[in-house]
Design a protein around this ligand. Structure first.
Ligand code: CTP
Length: 403
């Protein structure tokens, strides 16, 4: 990183909030890692710290929200968008996240971040109530689904006097995550990866079905991470309320039988298959043609039949150069059950998680998993699903290198 021309570039977006002063320290930390930092500030951010401070620290003019000189502004925001190897917004307010989620570009920062093709990372900081507001949470989810990286806010004492979530994460942590993303290699280029995600729905009658609590978040995070690392990704998705990651081929499925058929169509051309879907193990023996009526106080018996085991079926035809990965969602004896599934389904690796543990399992953005292969076992701490996804992919590449 000593060569001046090859210095990686971070465009640091600074939005208005009391944590703006911490962005000065963040800028310094990034520079210490040999990174060239350019700063874009919103008008509100300038109320907290003068642009001159960032200008002096960064050694570059600071782009501020001004339409005073439209010609310069137009050129400047595109130039900055192109210059970035990483676009980092810290602190990120609820407002900038709302604008990004909705595609609003009405000032220097929002237009520049919209124009960039570089990875984008947000480190939000705001009052706990604002952070917990459903609109904010939904925006975070939308942006995550589009591949935006997050350094989630910490919990602590906030400047407004409240205590709770919303505090800007330690700047050393933000700098570390930024360097991680900057140095992320396109190490999956040329690989074809199929990911399955989400639940299945097994109809009982025209209005009812059997399903499970899978949100699809883990599978979508894997698909996104593999795509960012250069893989050609096919995502087989059950019914979920997530946005399709950009650049990924989507194949929808509804039932377990459907999943088996779609997966069988696509499996041959794949190098890596990661099965994060939660297919229902049973379906109704017969689907009622009309809505089933109440039984006048009597209990109801529904006859179920077993569904095919998709992973086991695919595993039977695995070629030696292919890598198959499955998940094991367990509530007890997690590792033992996972090891049995690893063998039974002819998998190369199984990702085991205790779905009852806090921060793991359904509909949360975090997970706690253990990666199990025939030779070894690696337990990961509580991580964002995006981070878990990257660990899984790295472990797969390591495994393939040993083959
Ligand atoms: N799986 C599958 N087809 C099924 C059930 C599960 O392909 N009918 C896959 C899942 O995608 C996952 C792995 O098998 O990768 C383990 O799923 P899990 O539900 O934990 O295990 P089951 O085999 O269903 O076993 P059990 O429900 O008895 O724990």
């Amino acid at each position: 990183m000593s060569d001046q021309k090859k210095k990686p570039c971070v465009v640091l977006g600074v939005t208005g909030g009391i944590a703006v002063y911490k962005a000065c320290e963040l800028l310094r930390l990034l520079q210490k890692q040999g990174i060239d930092v350019y700063v874009v500030m919103t008008k509100h951010a300038c109320q907290f710290v003068a642009p001159l401070t960032f200008e002096t620290l960064s050694g570059h003019p600071v782009a501020v929200d001004t339409f005073d000189r439209p010609a310069t502004w137009e050129v400047e925001h595109i130039a900055l968008a192109k210059r970035a190897d990483l676009f980092l917004i810290a602190p990120a307010t609820a407002n900038i996240m709302g604008k990004m989620a909705c595609g609003i570009a009405d000032d220097m920062l929002s237009t520049t971040v919209m124009a960039t093709k570089a990875p984008v990372m947000l480190a939000p900081a705001m009052n706990t109530g604002m952070w917990e507001n459903p609109a904010t949470q939904q925006n975070v989810q939308t942006l995550m689904n589009r591949g935006v990286h997050f350094v989630m806010p910490a919990t602590g004492h906030l400047a407004c006097g409240d205590s709770g979530a919303g505090k800007l994460e330690d700047v050393a942590v933000i700098a570390e995550r930024a360097v991680e993303v900057l140095s992320r290699k396109r190490d999956m280029e040329g690989l074809r990866v199929m990911v399955t995600a989400g639940p299945t729905r097994e109809a009982l009658d025209p209005v009812r079905y059997i399903s499970n609590r899978s949100s699809g978040k883990m599978g979508y995070a894997i698909a996104r991470a593999a795509q960012l690392r250069g893989a050609q990704v096919t995502l087989l998705s059950g019914p979920v309320s997530l946005t399709a990651p950009q650049g990924v081929t989507m194949v929808p499925f509804a039932t377990t039988q459907d999943l088996l058929e779609r997966a069988t169509e696509h499996v041959d051309e794949q190098d890596i298959i990661i099965q994060a879907a939660a297919p229902a193990d049973y379906r109704a023996k017969e689907i009622a043609a009309q809505k089933i009526k109440k039984q006048n106080g009597e209990g109801m018996v529904i006859h179920l039949v077993e569904n095919p085991d998709v992973a086991a079926a695919l595993g039977r035809n695995k070629r030696p150069e292919q890598t198959f990965v499955g998940f094991a969602a367990e509530t007890n004896d997690v590792l033992e059950h996972a090891q049995v599934k690893l063998k039974k389904k002819n998998l190369d690796m199984i990702v085991a998680n205790d779905v009852t543990a806090p921060g793991a399992g359904f509909d949360v953005n975090t997970n706690i998993v253990t990666l199990i292969t025939e030779e070894k076992m690696m337990s990961l701490p509580l991580l964002l699903k995006d981070e878990v996804a990257d660990h899984i992919l790295s472990a797969i590449l390591e495994l393939r290198a040993q083959k």
